[in-house]
Design a protein around this ligand. Structure first.
Ligand SMILES: Cc1cc2nc3c(=O)[nH]c(=O)nc-3n(C[C@H](O)[C@H](O)[C@H](O)COP(=O)(O)O)c2cc1C
Length: 177
């Protein structure tokens, strides 16, 4: 199958990077690049892919991770029309229950204005305990995958595995069982 996927992440202490590497490993040959946005000069590489996976963590009570905050202005003018996009996010649901994964919502807010990308991989909130999040897609779903290395590290691998099945189904790459 001829499809290119790119993973773009920002990570302050390495947790989102670790998730990005696991996702890359599981998607295997589909992934053309897995890049830390702090290492990217320009945002154009993002538009080279059919499916773009964005990884982000939340800091300082509901704030964007630093490298993403620096990189977002570089995405100005990027056209992601016709692209499929999805999000995975790191947060701390016990330490920051009123701002859990907020940056994922903020990043989707930016990305959805870059032409008309199609969001895939929205994810049910039922397995998570938190009070409020700016990363809600609707009442029962996050915009993308939620991960919590601070409190649920043992759930990370399975969450990634099952989310990637959803992403592949939404992308039309595998049949819905
Ligand atoms: C000072 C501080 C503020 C944080 N603020 C939030 C927050 O508002 N919401 C959240 O979900 N997680 C928050 N976190 C948790 C981080 O997002 C979490 O530790 C994550 O795994 C970091 O990922 P990274 O190493 O990829 O940046 C915060 C952590 C620290 C230390």
């Amino acid at each position: 199958m001829d499809i290119s996927m790119g993973i773009f992440f920002g990570s302050s202490t390495g947790n989102t990077e670790m998730a990005a590497e696991k996702i890359k490993e599981q998607l295997g040959q589909f992934v053309s690049e897995c890049v830390d946005v702090s290492k990217l000069e320009s945002a154009e590489a993002i538009a080279n892919h059919d499916l773009i996976l964005f990884g982000v963590s939340t800091w300082n009570i509901g704030e964007m991770q630093d490298d993403w905050a620096d990189f977002i202005p570089k995405m100005d003018g990027l056209d992601l029309t016709g692209k499929k996009v999805c999000f995975f996010a790191m947060g701390d649901s016990i330490g920051y229950p009123y701002n859990f994964l907020d940056a994922m919502g903020e990043l989707w807010g930016v990305v959805q204005k870059l032409g008309t990308p199609k969001l895939i991989g929205v994810w049910p909130t039922e397995d998570y305990e938190f009070d409020e999040s700016q990363a809600m897609f609707d009442e029962n779903h996050f915009i993308g995958l939620g991960l919590d290395e601070d409190n649920d590290p043992e759930k990370t691998d399975e969450r990634i595995r099952s989310w990637l099945i959803k992403v592949m189904q939404d992308a039309g790459l595998i049949e819905v069982a």
